[in-house]
Write a protein that binds this ligand. Structure first.
Ligand SMILES: [Zn+2]
Ligand SMILES: [Zn+2]
Length: 346
């Protein structure tokens, strides 16, 4: 393969299967690095991208933003990275560098964030990517590549809010949904010393949730069990992509409790008492806060990687060859992945 071309997988239009494609390697700006991709995880956001959701993706689209690879080229203004370094890259591949949030070191809140996705111009379902070197993170030497790949997006989605809004054993944390994000969140919350409950509509997830570190399991479809937990949680991290009964979730939060949304789940407001719609009685009377949480800063990313390494946080992964990217996407679409698919470049 020539250095000047990239083998990628492209969706030509919203909703289409990815096709193998060869394109000219993007030019390297002075702040950029080029990374030869060895591994790339499949995330729900890739599917939103392929489907053209949110109106921020442009086509043709090469998705992929849970990347691990080796640096092959370094721009003249990059510091701290050298050719040959193993790095991880997540959702964010660059930032404007000029807005108030970038200047404050919170680049994930960049006012130009819609243009900062790693898939712009081309993402990680490919032989190589180009990103701003500040968003290519050196990895702990003995962290498995597929583990690091998943942490780059799923890990940074759940760790910062858990660290920020919990205080060890005194915090009763509920992780809503035991899937790609949820099974990692259970492990992080457990490692942070919290009392952890997994909330799921699938009874069969109980055994695994407990193996990931959940102290308790709560079946969200059991209305009686939910009502017994009224005021039972200080914090709920809602990782389930759909099917949430928001009224019930607000009901089980304690006074001054917090409902954190780290993913783009559809949400119904107002939040009534139990039923899920109607006057926002519990939301107001419990003084509940609803908090969006988007990735994390570059400092959060480094801290998350070190914490995961220290506490042996290990996503459960299915490995597939990059050439089977469409089959991998289908597994994620059909909610069959246990719990995350990572593609390996053949
Ligand atoms: Zn993602
Ligand atoms: Zn900015």
């Amino acid at each position: 393969m020539s250095r000047s071309t990239v083998q990628g997988h492209v969706a030509q239009a919203p909703g289409e299967r990815l096709e193998p494609v060869t394109y000219a390697a993007p030019e390297l700006k002075e702040v950029d690095v080029r990374v030869a991709v060895t591994h790339c995880g499949v995330c729900h956001t890739d599917i939103h991208g392929i489907d053209g959701d949110f109106g921020v993706f442009s086509f043709p689209l090469v998705p992929g933003h849970e990347i691990v690879g080796r640096v092959t080229e370094v721009g003249s203004a990059v510091t701290g990275l050298q050719v040959g370094d193993r790095v991880g890259i997540g959702w964010q591949g660059r930032c404007c560098g000029e807005c108030e949030w970038c200047r404050a070191g919170e680049e994930h809140l960049c006012l130009q964030i819609a243009d900062c996705g790693t898939w712009t111009p081309y993402g990680g379902f490919a032989s190589s990517v180009v990103v701003d070197g500040r968003f290519a993170y050196p990895l702990p030497a003995d962290m498995a590549a597929e583990v690091a790949a998943v942490l780059m997006c799923a890990g940074i989605a759940v760790y910062p809010p858990l660290r920020k809004y919990t205080a060890g054993a005194s915090t009763r944390v509920g992780i809503v949904g035991v899937g790609g994000l949820g099974h990692l969140a259970i492990q992080f919350a457990h490692a942070l010393g919290c009392e952890v409950t997994a909330l799921s509509s699938t009874p069969a997830k109980e055994e695994e949730a407990r193996a990931f570190g959940a102290d308790h399991f709560l079946l969200t479809t059991d209305q009686g069990a939910m009502e017994e937990e009224e005021f039972g949680f200080d914090l709920l991290l809602c990782t389930a992509p759909a099917g949430n009964d928001w009224g019930n979730l607000v009901m089980v939060l304690t006074k001054n409790g917090r409902l954190v949304l780290p993913a783009f789940a559809p949400i119904d407001l107002p939040l009534g008492a139990v039923s899920g719609s109607g006057p926002a009685v519990d939301l107001v009377a419990h003084q509940v806060s609803i908090t969006g949480s988007f990735l994390g800063s570059r400092a959060d990313m480094r801290e998350m990687l070190a914490f995961a390494q220290e506490h042996d946080i290990a996503p459960r992964i299915e490995l597939m060859p990059m050439s089977q990217v469409n089959e991998a996407i289908l597994r994620v679409r059909q909610n069959q992945a246990r719990y995350r698919v990572v593609l390996i470049n053949d």
